[in-house]
Design a protein around this ligand. Structure first.
Ligand code: ATP
Ligand code: MG
Length: 655
């Protein structure tokens, strides 16, 4: 087999990549950020907030008199959209490109800050003309087109609360979100491009809205030219309603705690939660983290975050953080293999992308497709890489570093959640010496711990629960419409200590750096040994035959739980002679060599796909159902239901 050899794997504190001198010399961040925040974290956050434009200064940085309900920058007033748009234009940057948009079929648009501001003002005037007032809710279901960004900012400008719903969601999921928010307006498009073909979207919206009483108006963007039924009185075309409006609009200021958006979690562990975020603290933290973690230089960088605006990463690191910082960014509408597997690299080359931020699932997909694909493009512009969404397996980190980062660029592994609103744990490029697989430490102004069942800090090397022990500016202000649920879900677990419980497992290494171990619900218990799914998966991914792996603990009469592994292989060569049974044996032995006999999978299945949420996370709860012979439960958040059928069928004949 002619594959690259991988010499070592697994959590490895010896493999350290120090920042280069060149990077360090020009980095936005330095150790003084930590020192400042350690001296006085409220002062640190106030300093960051001062970089925004406020129309009324705050009275108090943080009001924590009624935990867990934080209020940041109380009494302060600002307009979030003004901070993302007008102030850059007024400072003379109107001609700078804000968005290099790339459509899936190959059409493109370059939109400057002036043009984006005008378009947002038109959309704001259009929404006002419908009688919407601050506090009203607007649901947005759009593909990755500029109108998605425009719609969100138009809402922000008017103090309307947006709830963006990922384009792939079903009518039922959309309806639940419309009802939950009691939305007055829905913004959508005729259709969306998916893998080279136009698919309907408005038709889904019509189905979703049957009998929905709160919705008065549906605004439809023409994207693919699908024929659509327009309901008289309710539906209006974007190009009729918005384009005729004036590009002048006076922004009103809103309270720092004015609601900005509702957004649902990915639904990896259960029913998605509708998370509420507010204005001043949120914008402060997304702007600071975007500037420090991605080292953004607004005059020279071309930034690209590959997320969809339907997820928190798209909200914080496509819309609010980058635009507050006057970034020039790429947004891409389509799937990474349309029309070919080099699409992302082609875009990086064409626009000279310097900062590239994607999820481990895509990195592992690139690994599966093979490194010859990125090798066919000039990726020399790239100077910083980021990862988000799941723990990044050390070998996936190394692949990213080697094949996309030319073995030189820093990688920031950013841990955060819909609930945290902004990045919480990450290396700071130019400051942190990185280790593949470790997210390192809490950012300046953020305080986290890894604790045991009693809330006491664990020893280095030991696994525990990740908690956040101090309020942070972008923290969620609760679950929409369920005032008591946030307390229950996040705060009751460590009530006595007042910790926020993230639901993730983590451990410290000998340097005190943090390694994420996956969901607490996913931790396996094999003959009394607690084993993390991520560690076994990372051992599997470290084998050159493997692109991706998911492991679960399935009930077992003798050991309590037994490890069942599901593995996707990298593209195999013609001279591959091993059959699946042989491959399974080789991989089981590899896990034993990497971790020890206790981690040996009892069963190992080679599969073509893994069940993932629409945001790309592995849904282990479904694999556990299959492994334990149960019916597959709630699959509403699953991206591809056929993947589960294939796995369930092959489970029967597996070794
Ligand atoms: P739900 O809460 O509905 O089960 P979800 O937790 O997947 O869904 P998100 O808010 O999109 O919803 O994802 C946050 C989670 O993603 C984190 O709690 C963590 O488990 C995982 N995650 C994100 N970034 C990282 C990272 N860099 N390393 C490890 N895990 C990460
Ligand atoms: Mg979660």
């Amino acid at each position: 087999m002619s594959r690259e050899t991988v010499t070592h794997t697994g959590p490895d504190v010896a493999r350290v990549f120090a920042p280069t001198e060149q990077f360090q010399a020009q980095a936005n961040a330095d150790a003084s950020h930590y020192e400042h925040a350690d001296r006085d974290s409220e002062h640190f956050w106030a300093t960051q907030a001062e970089k925004l434009d406020w129309t009324r200064p705050w009275d108090e940085v943080l009001d924590w008199s009624n935990p867990p309900n934080a209020r940041w920058f109380t009494g302060g007033k600002l307009n979030v959209a003004y901070n993302c748009l007008d102030r850059h234009v007024l400072a003379g940057h109107g001609d700078q490109v804000a968005l290099h948009w790339v459509g899936e079929p190959g059409d493109t648009r370059d939109i400057t800050y002036s043009q984006l501001t005008d378009e947002v003002c038109r959309a704001a005037n259009a929404l006002s003309s419908l009688g919407l007032v601050a506090g009203d809710r607007v649901v947005i279901q759009l593909p990755m087109i500029p109108e998605a960004v425009v719609s969100m900012l138009a809402c922000a400008r008017l103090g309307l609360v947006h709830s963006v719903v990922f384009g792939g969601f079903s009518p039922a999921a959309l309806r639940a979100r419309v009802d939950d928010a009691a939305a007055r307006v829905v913004i959508t498009s005729d259709g969306q491009y998916r893998r080279g073909a136009g698919a309907p979207m408005k038709a889904n919206v019509d189905e979703a809205l049957m009998g929905a009483e709160t919705v008065e108006k549906v605004i439809v963007v023409r994207r693919v030219g699908e024929p659509v039924a327009m309901q008289e009185g309710r539906d209006a075309w974007w190009h009729d309603l918005v384009s005729s409006q004036s590009p002048e609009h006076e922004p009103e200021s809103f309270d720092s705690e004015h609601p900005l958006f509702i957004l649902y979690t990915s639904g990896t562990t259960g029913k998605p939660k509708g998370i509420l975020h507010t204005s001043g603290g949120y914008l402060t933290q997304v702007a600071y983290t975007h500037q420090a973690v991605f080292d953004l230089k607004p005059d020279t960088d071309v930034y690209w975050c590959g997320a969809d605006v339907g997820w928190i990463t798209g909200h914080s690191y496509i819309v609010y953080g980058p635009l507050a910082n006057r970034a020039t960014q790429v947004i891409y509408e389509g799937t990474p293999n349309t029309p070919h597997e080099g699409r992302h690299f082609e875009i990086i080359e064409k626009y000279g992308v310097t900062i590239y931020y994607i999820a481990p699932t895509l990195i592992r997909t690139f690994m599966k497709w093979g490194e010859h694909i990125p090798r066919g493009y000039n990726l020399e512009s790239v100077r910083l890489l980021g990862s988000v969404g799941e723990p990044i397996n050390p070998e996936a980190w190394m692949w990213y570093h080697t094949h996309i980062g030319r073995s030189t660029t820093p990688i920031v592994d950013t841990w955060w959640q819909t609930e945290t609103g902004a990045i919480m744990i990450s290396p700071l490029p130019g400051v942190t010496a990185t280790k593949p697989g470790s997210a390192h430490q809490a950012l300046p102004g953020i305080s986290v711990r890894v604790v045991d069942d009693h809330g006491d800090a664990v020893e280095s090397g030991g696994g525990g629960y990740l908690v956040i022990d101090k309020p942070w500016p972008a923290m969620s202000r609760g679950i929409w419409g369920e005032p008591d649920r946030a307390q229950e879900v996040y705060w009751d677990r460590f009530k006595a200590q007042g910790f926020y419980f993230a639901g993730d497992g983590a451990k410290y290494d000998e340097h005190g750096d943090i390694w994420l171990l996956g969901r607490v619900d996913d931790v396996m218990n094999i003959s009394g040994h607690r084993i993390s799914t991520v560690e076994v998966e990372s051992a599997l991914v470290s084998h050159p035959m493997v692109a991706e792996a998911a492991v679960v603990g399935a009930a077992d009469a003798t050991t309590g739980q037994a490890i069942v592994a599901f593995v996707i292989l990298r593209d195999r060569n013609d001279d591959d002679t091993l059959d699946n049974n042989d491959v399974a044996k080789v991989l089981m032995a590899h896990v034993v060599a990497e971790i020890g006999p206790i981690a040996r999978p009892k069963r190992l299945l080679i599969v073509p796909e893994l069940p993932k949420t629409r945001s790309g996370k592995i849904m282990r709860r479904l694999l556990r159902d299959v492994a334990e012979g149960r019916d597959i439960g709630d699959v509403a958040t699953l991206a591809d239901t056929s993947a589960m059928r294939t796995i369930a069928t092959s489970m029967a004949g597996a070794p």
